[in-house]
Design a protein around this ligand. Structure first.
Ligand code: HEM
Length: 283
């Protein structure tokens, strides 16, 4: 009886709708609850940072953890069967054995913890990033190579990788691009946030002009600026440290993270500053 089909469909929709509505509502509440908890946690971090002493040079990473006093576990370059990402820092962590050396089966909670310990980035920021990845991929375990999917988190106009259209293997740094980035410092020992904004604008304009598949969302632009912010903060813009990390995906012996503020709020301020420094079309 085909004429009854729409009625049957309507009945199914009516039966399913309350359940779907409830689960939608639950997921919205869970997201709001999670964001509120992270924001409150971050306020506590801001207060702790304001009223306590900064970490001492030489012991930014606590004793017993990889990198304490600048002593990093052995660097072993990846083999062809290892999984690697477009992120130089995650790759360096795997090359030093802080993440699994084969780059596979990484638990996202563990990843957030290791980034906090290795780069001294606020746990609130690490948690937000790992949650965003879990929501994107719909699972809690990833391989580094999963981050290579074009235009998901990986994006065009990177500062250290050619666009996927020109070089589908985005796990490898582009030496010419990295050298252009480092040359921004001219004869200074550091690159500045303004240099990073300027180079981001140049890269986005270049990609738009040359890449027939150019695609960039607001989310990609924000993530690009966030990468510049963590690069600047964790390495304090220091060319000697950044050069080894970008080109060899290795932490220099004796290097320790230089990020001292340790809250998502302070990082967000720098991201806004970097975005403000972009040429209008790219902000
Ligand atoms: C869970 C943590 C992290 C994830 C999932 C992640 C993921 C990524 C991805 C997918 C890219 C490629 C973006 C592109 O296409 O340009 C990237 C690039 C990058 N990431 Fe990470 N990353 C993480 C942590 C970090 C940390 C802690 C740093 C610290 C400095 C960092 C620094 C960078 C830099 C400098 C780039 C290169 C940006 C460019 O070439 O334009 N990342 N990251």
């Amino acid at each position: 009886m085909p004429e009854l089909l729409p009625l049957r469909v309507a009945a199914t929709v009516l039966v399913k709708t309350p359940g779907a509505l409830l689960s939608g509502l639950w997921s919205v509440l869970k997201t709001i609850g999670g964001l509120t908890a992270i924001s409150l946690w971050d306020i506590v971090l801001v207060l702790i940072n304001t009223f306590t002493f900064k970490k001492k040079v030489g012991s930014v990473i606590p004793p017993g953890l990889p990198g304490h006093g600048g002593a990093w576990p052995a660097f072993v370059p990846p083999t062809s069967s290892d999984s690697r990402s477009p992120c130089p820092v995650l790759n360096a962590m795997a090359n030093h054995g802080i993440l699994p050396r084969n780059g596979r089966d990484i638990n996202l909670d563990e990843l957030a913890k290791k980034i906090n310990q290795t780069c001294n980035i606020a746990p609130t920021f690490c948690k937000s990033v790992s949650t965003a990845i879990r929501d994107t991929f719909g699972r809690n375990i990833i391989d580094l190579g999963d981050l290579c999917s074009p235009n998901v988190i990986e994006h065009e106009a990177s500062l250290t990788r050619e666009d996927f259209y020109f070089q589908p293997d985005v796990t490898r740094p582009s030496v010419p691009l990295c050298k252009r980035l480092l040359a921004l410092a001219k004869d200074r020992p550091t690159i500045t946030p303004a240099d990073l904004s300027h180079f981001s604008s140049i890269r986005r304009a270049e990609s738009k002009a040359n890449n027939p598949h150019f695609y960039m969302t607001t989310g990609h632009k924000f993530f690009g600026s966030a990468n510049c912010a963590v690069l600047y903060e964790v390495f304090a813009g220091r060319v000697d440290d950044i050069e080894i990390m970008l080109l060899e995906e290795r932490f220099r012996d004796g290097w320790e993270p230089r990020f001292v503020y340790h809250s998502t709020r302070s990082l967000q301020m720098l991201i806004s500053l970097l975005r403000a420094g972009l040429e209008d079309e790219w902000a």
